[in-house]
Design a protein around this ligand. Structure first.
Ligand code: CMP
Length: 141
């Protein structure tokens, strides 16, 4: 099944000039970028995006980090895109991420972990709509 997923290249990776390296991996794995924008999130936008984590011990630090510099936000499309992009990213904790994954190679810690990807079809739908209007997405077939 063709799916879409929401990908974010986080401030730590943008700051280190890793946008191109991460896009390279996304495209090499066969996923298609069908929408993209660079944004500097404000606190309200970051808090709303991560609303499910509100109250957790890492929440305030997460919001502070995600507003610390620009991010690249993109919609990826492809067969089984949600799981395939999560596999490409590797586990949230870079010390547990498999060799060759984005987080194993680039993430600095659990917080500064370089990328985000939707974890289910329901969260992908919510997260894509959080950043993109329908007419900002360009299906590529
Ligand atoms: P992400 O996939 O963007 O979703 C939630 C984020 O919270 C996660 O990546 C991490 O960056 C961050 N996170 C999750 N657990 C922890 C933790 N224990 N300590 C710090 N940050 C965390």
């Amino acid at each position: 099944t063709t799916e879409r997923t929401l990908s974010i290249i986080k401030p730590d990776a943008v700051q280190r000039n890793l946008i191109g390296a991460i896009y390279q991996r996304i495209e090499t794995t066969g996923l298609k970028v069908v929408a993209a924008k660079m944004l500097h999130l404000d606190a309200a936008k970051a808090q709303g995006f991560y609303a499910e984590h509100e109250g957790k011990p890492f929440y305030d630090g997460l919001v502070e980090f995600m507003t610390s510099g620009p991010v690249m936000v993109q919609v990826l499309e492809g067969d089984n895109a949600i799981a395939r992009y999560r596999e490409l990213m590797g586990k949230t904790n870079p010390e547990e991420a498999a060799c060759g994954t984005i987080r194993a190679d680039y993430a600095e810690s659990m917080r500064f972990n370089s990328v985000h990807g939707s974890d289910s079809p329901a969260s992908a739908a919510r997260e894509i709509a959080y950043f993109f209007a329908d007419d900002e997405i360009c299906p590529r077939g």
